[in-house]
Design a protein around this ligand. Structure first.
Ligand code: GLN
Length: 551
């Protein structure tokens, strides 16, 4: 079968969830046995989102090959279990950089370099690159932004050309919004009509419409939209609000989105049925869970929940597989002080200390960690969270009152966390950290090894600073063990304090590799410990105390 290309565009407003629709379709096609990948084209000029503040664009996701990527790639992986790479996320910045490099090398043979055909050709080359590898039956390409944006135009022009060249091997799914006007008690189709018109103006006729809506869109309205938009009525699908994004693949399958795609791209029959049993088991657990586990997430970007997207999802998946609902409490590290820490953390069954950069909010992380360690609350420090764990231990157990990371205090006499040697000469900010997957060997008797069920793991990184080897023996003598290290460089990857209920820090980011079908072992183990701690406390305080807390 020739590779089929599915383009997903969006109209009316942004944030409708193109990533979730693309992921859901990929999930269904994969469950039918097809080889699928998803890529995202982002119309901004940044080379990658690595230099973007999380407030701008949410979390920066990291692929195994060390690309700092859009957070939608996280959805792709969580929904499909496929691993993405730098080829799965392209920005306008990268397209222009590559065209300009070619121009400098003289590759355009004296021609004037223009948006059409040079930029569009470069976009098309990137769209087809994954398909040409021969590894995929379907390449789903999500075009970032909204139809009508100036930035999206070269992408839409490329889609137009590709559809012309590929015929029935390509199709376009357009995601729009159907607002419900409360005063009129009516759903309105006009914005969708306009958005499809805009797409038609640039030469693209969508094959399938997915309508985001809060209320059910009946058949009559779907027919009306189909008629106005030149789309067949059975190819108008609604995407109504659901309690969890993980219901979306099922909702899409119920409306035959996967079959419409197979039929429109002439995929030979028989298609069979998607094997969704493990996915359904996950949804079933999610719906039948009655008990709640409360996890506090201490970080500085808590106002924007997308900033910790992968951590949220990992915790949610781990809670579901532990048959619990997740009550995730965001705790602003900048507002956490010695005075209020007890009040803020005492109801937590477990605490996550978030990754981050810079000094803002770190003092709150130290306060939280001190409290958690003294109260023996299950605690998980991730990246900067792990580094703070080490610093807090140095200050309060090793007695090095001025211990710090060189990131915050370059002149600290006790740089228990310091810049990696190879980072010292780096001047450029973008893409220069220790990025992507590296091996880590775990001590067989460690909590981490028990959680993973093995001693050799490979996890993704995104950091510049590291545990300072000089202090390793002092930490170990004082109780904090370095239980995971890189087999080649011996950089410390995991620290633990044995004897505690669950106290672990990882220099790497396990959250990037937790998926619906393969939840991450460390999150499973951490949440399990949090549940055990909750039950222990309920037992001591009596069920009445727990009930009171819930109310
Ligand atoms: N700022 C720290 C470093 O660069 C931690 C990074 C992170 O938490 N991702 O090492």
């Amino acid at each position: 079968m020739d590779t089929k290309y599915i383009f997903v565009t969006g109209g009316v407003v942004s944030s409708l969830g193109k990533g979730i629709i693309s992921s859901s379709l990929a999930c269904l096609l994969k469950a039918r046995g097809y080889r699928v990948t998803i890529q995202k084209f982002d119309p901004y000029i940044n080379i990658d989102p690595g230099t973007l503040n999380p407030y701008e664009h949410g979390e920066c996701y990291v692929t195994v090959d060390g690309h700092e990527a859009d957070l939608d790639l996280g959805h792709y992986e969580r929904f499909t279990d496929i691993q993405t790479t730098r080829a799965n996320n392209v920005t306008t910045g990268r397209i222009y950089r590559s065209v300009i490099r070619k121009e400098r090398k003289g590759e355009y043979l004296g021609k004037t370099v223009q948006i059409i055909p040079h930029i569009t050709d470069e976009i098309k080359r990137n769209v087809k690159a994954l398909g040409l590898s021969g590894n995929y039956d379907f390449v789903i390409t999500e075009i970032g932004g909204t139809v009508g944006d100036i930035e999206s135009l070269p992408y839409l022009e490329s889609v137009r050309q590709l559809r012309w060249e590929m015929g029935r091997d390509a199709l376009c799914i357009h995601l729009t919004y159907v607002p419900y006007i409360k005063a009129a008690k009516e759903l309105k189709t006009k914005p969708t009509q306009h958005s499809v018109k805009q797409l038609q103006e640039v030469g693209i006729q969508p094959d399938i419409l997915v309508l985001r809506t809060e209320k059910h869109i009946d058949t009559a309205m779907r027919r009306k939209i189909a008629l106005f938009c030149n789309v067949s009525p059975d190819a108008v699908v609604q995407s109504i609000d659901v309690p969890s994004i993980y219901f979306v693949p099922v909702a899409m399958h119920e409306q035959h989105l996967d079959e419409i795609v197979l039929s429109k791209t002439d995929v030979p029959k028989p298609w069979g049925e998607p094997h969704m049993e493990p996915w359904m088991d996950f949804l079933h657990r999610m719906e039948s869970a009655r008990e709640t586990v409360t996890i506090g997430l201490v970080g500085k970007y808590v106002e924007l929940q997308d900033a910790y997207k992968s951590i949220n999802e990992s915790l949610f998946q781990a809670s579901t597989y532990n048959d619990h609902r997740l009550n995730l409490v965001y705790i602003h590290s900048e507002k956490l002080t010695e005075e209020n820490v007890d009040e803020k953390l005492r109801d937590m069954d477990g605490v996550i200390i978030a990754p981050g950069f810079g000094h803002r909010g770190v003092d709150g992380k130290f306060v939280a960690l001190h409290w958690c360690r003294e109260h023996d609350v299950p605690t998980f420090g991730i990246c900067l969270g792990m580094q703070c764990m080490v610093i807090e231990y140095a200050r309060n157990v090793l007695g090095l009152a001025d211990a710090n990371t060189a990131e915050i205090d370059e002149r600290t006499p006790h740089n228990v966390i310091d810049l990696m040697e190879e980072q010292k000469s780096v001047t450029e900010k973008g893409g220069t950290m220790r990025l992507g997957a590296y091996d880590c060997n775990l001590r067989p008797d460690s909590l981490a090894a028990r959680a993973y069920g093995k001693t050799e793991v490979r996890e993704r990184h995104r950091h510049r600073f590291e545990f300072n080897e000089k202090y390793r023996a002092d930490f170990e003598a004082a109780g904090m063990q370095c239980v995971g290290e890189n087999p080649v460089t011996h950089l410390v990857e995991v620290v633990e304090v044995p004897g505690k209920r669950w106290y672990m820090g990882t220099q790497y980011h396990p959250e990037y590799s937790s998926t619906v079908l393969h939840p991450h072992p460390l999150f499973l183990s951490f949440v399990k410990a949090a549940i055990a701690y909750h039950d222990e406390r309920t037992m001591v305080d009596g069920p009445a105390a727990d009930e009171k807390k819930q109310n």
